[in-house]
Design a protein around this ligand. Structure first.
Ligand code: HPA
Length: 274
């Protein structure tokens, strides 16, 4: 079966559970799943139940699709994602975003945990993603183009929607919450970077580095969605401090910013008209 038929099967299953038509899709990254407590949930479906979805294998990722409202805004939340480093093909990583597009979302908000590449950053800081550099050595659109999804050669001039970036900045300002903005470097992982790689990423203009977001952003741009993305800087990248990195540090730090993250996301979604 082709991707379109698979997507039709997935969305038919979702539709059998709920008729809610989401306007915004949100992907909650590592340790950031707590936002769902701010959602008036209409329906929650484990990925394991969803045709053609892969359950995430990484700790800190729950793996549920939630349909509901934030205020009056109808949303679809992907609580947890699969990553390229888990061994899934790129199109499997992009699949949930395509499913949300078929459900009718117009805007996609991607969130992630990332390493900070600027030595002035502190763990727990937020960064609005202005643009990305794809260093994964792969692209989810490789292979025959599926015309019903989008064009063969999608434009990426404004991969992260300018108006949404401004809205994110205004939301942070309104909350008197400090933020960074900059370029996200997407790497395959699962190793964290070497200090030499971190110096390279700094040299090419990166401000944060992580192992997700880029495939979903590419797939969403292909679909013509308006995309925005936020990094939670859970740690300074390798070599910028004198200690070693661990996934525990990443998830603990993400949990520590839970409150400010939820506050921001709730306020940001509140500024998007239903
Ligand atoms: N590097 C890559 N991915 C990450 C990091 C990092 O330092 N922190 C959280 N995700």
């Amino acid at each position: 079966m082709g991707v379109i038929e698979n997507l039709q099967e997935t969305t038919a299953y979702i539709r059998s559970k709920s008729s809610l038509k989401p306007k915004v899709g949100v992907v909650l990254g590592s340790g950031l799943g707590a936002f769902v407590k701010n959602v008036q949930i209409e329906c929650s479906i484990p990925y394991a139940e969803l045709p053609h979805f892969f359950p995430p294998t990484v700790e800190g990722h729950q793996g549920r699709l939630i349909l509901g409202h934030v205020g009056s805004l109808p949303v679809a939340i992907l609580q947890g994602r699969v990553h390229y480093y888990e061994g899934h093909p790129m199109d499997a990583v992009a699949y949930p975003v395509r499913a949300l597009s078929m459900l009718g979302i117009e805007i996609l908000m991607l969130t992630n945990s990332a390493g900070g590449l600027d030595a002035n950053m502190s763990p727990g800081d937020f960064m609005i993603i202005d643009d990305h550099i794809n260093l994964m050595g792969q692209n989810p659109l490789m292979g025959p183009n599926i015309k019903n999804l989008g064009p063969r050669f999608p434009d990426m001039t404004e991969a992260y929607d300018k108006k949404l970036r401004v809205l994110m900045a205004e939301t942070f300002d309104g909350l008197k919450q400090k933020y960074w903005h900059g370029i996200y470097c997407g790497v395959s992982g699962p190793t964290y970077e070497t200090p030499a790689e971190v110096r390279f990423l700094q040299m090419i203009g990166g401000k944060a580095v992580g192992m997700s977001t880029v495939p979903e952003s590419i797939a969403a741009n292909h679909l013509g969605l308006r995309v925005c993305a936020l990094s939670c800087v859970t740690n300074l990248a390798a070599g910028l401090t004198d200690h070693k990195l661990s996934h525990d540090e990443v998830t603990e730090r993400a949990a520590a910013v839970e409150e400010s993250f939820c506050k921001f996301l709730g306020a940001f979604l509140g500024r998007i008209e239903a």
